[in-house]
Every structure is written in C-alpha cells, then in structure tokens.
Design a protein around this ligand. Structure first.
Ligand code: SF4
Length: 219
C-alpha cells in the first residue's frame, strides 16, 4: 500500500478550489456553533449537500437554539426540513434531541462522545463531526459513507461498515491527519470518487490507488 500521507497531501491541495461539504460550510458560517453543526449533521444523512444546506437554513431561520427548536411541533420541523431523506424520522429525532439537550445538559450540546451518543438519532458519525468541528477535537475521525468507500478503494482498510472503518483508520493514519480526513475524502467522494463510475482518469491520486472493488470507471 502506498503511504496514505502522500494521498492525503495530494487531496489537500486538490480540494482547495472545490465547494466545501454542507456541514463544514454551516460550521464556518456559524463560528462552529455546536448546536447548528449537530442539527445540520443529523439532517445530512443520505441527503445531497444542497438539500441539507437549504433545509438547515430554513430550520435555523425559525429556531437557533435547543430551547426554541424543542418548542416547535414535529409537523412544523417536518415541513421545514422537507425534502431531506427520512424527514419524518429526522424531525422526531431533532425534537427529541433538543429536549434532551435542554433537560439533561442545561441547553448546551455535550462535548464528549459518551454523552453525544445518548441523544436520539446521534451516532458516531454525527458525534465525531461535532467534536471535530465545534469542540476542536484532534482525537476523532469522522467516517461517513464517502470516507468508508474511499478508504477501502484506496486499500487503507478492509472493512464492511463505517464504524469498522473508523477504528481501522485510527491505526492506519498518522494522528495529525485525523480531524481533516473527513473533509478531504468527502469532498473527493462527492466530486471524483463517486459511488458508481468513479472518475479515475481525472483523479489526482490515480497512480497511488489500487482501486479495490472498482470495476467500471466514469468520465
Ligand atoms: S483512482 Fe479512482 S478509485 Fe482511486 S481514489 Fe481516485 S477515483 Fe477513487
């Protein structure tokens, strides 16, 4: 396997001029507000970035804190976040999470993995991203479907699930890259190393990639 660091350095340069993923954009625009990063990440699951961004903005225009959002009805949240994927389930989780933050954490988004995982609808991906973007953690890697897919195609890990990938990446990558792996691989995964027909001919890491599991490439 070629060094992941060489790949990461190339990707770091290559993604500079590409549009940032929706949650990173929201994080920058809100000065890393943990609450809005948390909610936007919950909405982002299996949803395209422009849809996530627009839905988050509609919701935040109406409620910007756990207290105000917890007072919205589930129906209202549904209408505000539609058409994100699974908007009905997400609306329930958003409301329950807001109530839990108010009732159990004094209105502040918790800053530990253990506490974040007690919130309804919050899994390791969301918790890791909140810890990295809003609590400046250098000890976490956030693995979504893009990171999982690319890490396997690149031969860094051989895993079946994002959770397995996260744990394997802690061993495969030098620590200083951990917080930024998500940004690089998600941006590359959305634009070049797509789920089907990855654009290998246009890929800056093509000479370094064994393309594990890739049978057909796109243009
Ligand atoms: S060479 Fe192809 S499979 Fe490998 S990272 Fe680039 S686009 Fe993905």
């Amino acid at each position: 396997m070629r060094s992941p660091v060489t790949v990461l350095k190339r990707l770091e340069r290559a993604v500079r001029d590409m549009e940032e993923p929706a949650v990173e954009k929201i994080s920058e625009d809100t000065r890393e507000d943990p609450f809005r990063v948390l909610i936007a990440t919950m909405l982002s699951a299996q949803t395209r970035d422009p849809v996530t961004h627009a839905a988050s903005m509609r919701l935040f225009r109406v409620a910007r804190s756990p207290r105000t959002m917890a007072r919205l009805s589930t129906k209202r949240i549904e209408r505000l976040i539609y058409p994100v994927s699974f908007y009905r389930v997400k609306a329930v989780h958003v409301r329950q999470t807001c109530r839990a933050i108010v009732e159990r954490f004094g209105g502040r988004v918790p800053a530990t993995m253990e506490e974040l995982l007690t919130l309804p609808g919050v899994g390791r991906k969301t918790a890791n991203l909140v810890l990295i973007l809003s609590h400046a953690s250098r000890d976490n890697i956030c693995v979504d479907t893009h990171v999982h897919r690319l890490a396997n195609r690149l031969g860094w890990v051989r895993t079946k699930t994002p959770d397995q990938t996260e744990h394997a990446l802690y061993k495969a990558l030098p620590r200083r890259w951990w917080p930024r792996v998500n940004l690089f691989l998600v941006t590359w995964g959305q634009n070049v190393c797509r789920p089907v027909y990855p654009r290998c001919r246009a890929c800056v890491v093509s000479p370094l990639c064994p393309r594990i599991g890739v049978s057909r490439v796109g243009s």
